[in-house]
Design a protein around this ligand. Sequence first.
Ligand code: PLP
Length: 391
Amino acid sequence: MSRLAGRQFLNIPGPTNIPDRVLQAMHRPALDFMTQEFFDIQIECRETMKKILKTENEVMIYASSGHGSWEAAMTNTCSPGDTILICETGRFSESWAGMGEALGLKVETLANEWDRALDPSRVEDRLRADKEHKIRAVCMVQNETSTGMAHDIKGVGAAIRNSGHPALFMVDTISSLASYDFRMDEWGIDVAVAGSQKGLMLPVGLGISAVSEKAIAAGKTATLPRKYFDWEELRPNEQGRIRFAGTAPSHLFFAMREGLRMLMEEGLENVFARHHRLAEATQAAVRAWSRGNGPSLFCKDDAALSDSVTAVRMPEGFDADAFRGKVLSETNVALGGGLARLQGSVFRIGHLGDLNEPMILGCLSTIEMQLKRQGIPHGAGGVDAAIESLA
Ligand code: PLP
């Protein structure tokens, strides 16, 4: 294959673009990870993560991907045979459920269409019906990366409170973190599950858990086996230093400190507003394409359209993977594929992390050009609609 000129446009929904400042922050020698210099870096990262998660709770950071924080959430709070209620949102709620089963939990899924927002009152009804309080935890993904949908975490938090049920509330914020609002304490979340490679603009490799006192207390009676992710061994000490099961991933912390500083310099509200603007422009383009029986928004609830990723359904008879394969091989724009049952019928445009208006316009223009080149039906004016939305 001949060389593709220019930079690749990375529009998968994670890992996201790593800013030069973050890359440069890692370009330094290793250090002794038991020095005050490294403790100070950890403390700064932990304190900033609290601001991003809007919490006063403990924040733990491990060398892992998001899967590690999923596993930590379950093994630290549950015992074999415990029931957890997974709110169905898409591929990622399904995978989290699969992990629960593999760990020996009874998984009950609150079934929900993938293209509709989950109604929080259904969680309240289910918990009210659980008179014996068998459900140990409610697990939910805030931003379902496979469907491009943002689910109502605040509403589910209120539903759990209203039900009077003691279940823990565990929320996956992996593809919403630092892209749109998350309020751990206000919304009554006990375990926040996060990772480094999306909104934080960092390399993959750090799992992040924020944990309420209620979740820590649940751990005292929870008997699932755990070691690497045991919160009791990892809780920050009195000086706020994060502890590790093994060598601290110091270079990822150099990156994290820089990435978090960049987010704070921009201002979280501005970061959220930027994501919202880019998402609206993307949605405007897709709506225009859909008018000519072309690619359309997968999400059927406009209010639930995600600010970090848009899932696009291909018109009947056209394969999403063949389409995005050419977008990548001919024009060097990387789009996400459809996952699980959406494979082949959906492609995804990631618009999260270190991204600006010209970058999203470049991506949308390339998609529109490729729709023409590949003979895929679509309404005209998608890019114009995106420009209109941004202007
Ligand atoms: N949860 C969500 C919502 C995700 O988008 C992902 C990854 O894309 C994961 C969990 C899994 O995280 P990781 O790939 O970092 O293990």
